[in-house]
Design a protein around this ligand. Structure first.
Ligand SMILES: C[S@@+](CC[C@H](N)C(=O)[O-])C[C@H]1O[C@@H](n2cnc3c(N)ncnc32)[C@H](O)[C@@H]1O
Length: 277
């Protein structure tokens, strides 16, 4: 027989694969029991049924093999909203909330918004929760990611978002937007971080771009001018050492009022430019 307290003592076995071994164990156990983490602290003496023990053992073994907690649970919170996640796309990161807060807080036109490479739909649906009058279009090249984003839309119930499959702008015709936002793949294929931690389980198509990670960013900037309204804003997430290159590409294409914003760790994480015809 194993109690909640017994189960939590095994967390040290995760220390090789996770910097948050104790938290991961609590999250997995809370999910198995259908309870909150607070409940675990209140009822350490609760004895798990055989079925619960078997399920916890399975979850724990998957985490020990390196699989991200979000994939094991099938869920991750973003902008305080619950999102289904799966191996078709990136697990939404807290740092990406920066893009949402920039668009919500800045005094810019935002009636029509395009989210490129929407993945789970995280940015588009978070924006929909804040901008109920806006029309938001969200695209992804991966049909599985589009399916996932549609599931998240159905769950969250925001009807002002249109989600479609598109290779960047290709399915958008001559639609124009006040804001184009993107968290595209931007990791260099030679980056050694790709062989470590949670990213090993995420699809390369969501992470890696050619030309030292800048190829998709460049494509998005170059073609944004065909889809931005006069005075429109382009906001792109990028690697913490890519801000100067991104700003150069924006300036080279004629964008003005270029600004870089920092993420929760103080790293340069997103750069914005305004487009005037
Ligand atoms: C870094 S993930 C971002 C996902 C989500 N926006 C987020 O912030 O969590 C990049 C996304 O871009 C999509 N993507 C990659 N190449 C694309 C392309 N050519 N056209 C559209 N989407 C693409 C991937 O499938 C993936 O979902």
């Amino acid at each position: 027989m194993a109690s909640v307290a017994d189960c939590l003592t095994v967390s040290a076995e995760l220390s090789d694969v996770s910097d948050t071994a104790r938290l991961d164990t609590e999250l997995l156990l809370a999910a198995v029991l259908g309870k909150s983490r607070t409940w675990l602290f209140t009822w350490p003496e609760y004895n798990l049924s055989e079925e619960e023990q078997a399920r916890f053992a399975e979850f724990f073994a998957r985490r020990r093999a390196g699989e991200p907690v979000a994939y094991i649970l099938g869920e991750r919170e973003f902008w305080s909203l619950p999102f289904f996640v799966d191996a078709s796309t990136l697990i939404p990161r807290p740092d990406t909330e920066l893009l949402v807060s920039c668009i919500v807080d800045l005094p810019i036109p935002k009636q029509r918004v395009l989210d490129l490479g929407t993945g789970t739909g995280a940015i588009a649906l978070a924006l929909a929760s804040e901008l109920s009058d806006a029309v938001i279009v969200a695209v992804d090249k991966s049909p599985e990611a589009v399916k996932l984003a549609l599931r998240n839309q159905a769950r969250l119930g925001f009807t002002n978002v249109e989600i479609l499959q598109s290779d960047w702008y290709s399915a958008l015709g001559d639609q124009h937007f006040d804001v184009i936002v993107a968290n595209p793949p931007y990791i260099d294929e030679k980056d050694t971080h790709l062989g470590r931690g949670d990213v090993r389980f995420e699809p390369r198509s969501a992470l890696v771009a050619a030309d030292k990670g800048l190829a998709d960013i460049r494509h998005i900037i170059v073609h944004a001018v065909e889809h931005l309204n006069d005075g429109g804003t382009l906001l792109i997430e990028h690697g913490w050492q890519q801000d100067e290159r991104v700003a150069e590409i924006l300036a080279g294409k004629g964008f003005l009022e270029i600004r870089t914003f920092q993420d929760l760790g103080g790293n340069n994480r997103a750069t914005l430019g305004r487009w005037y015809e």
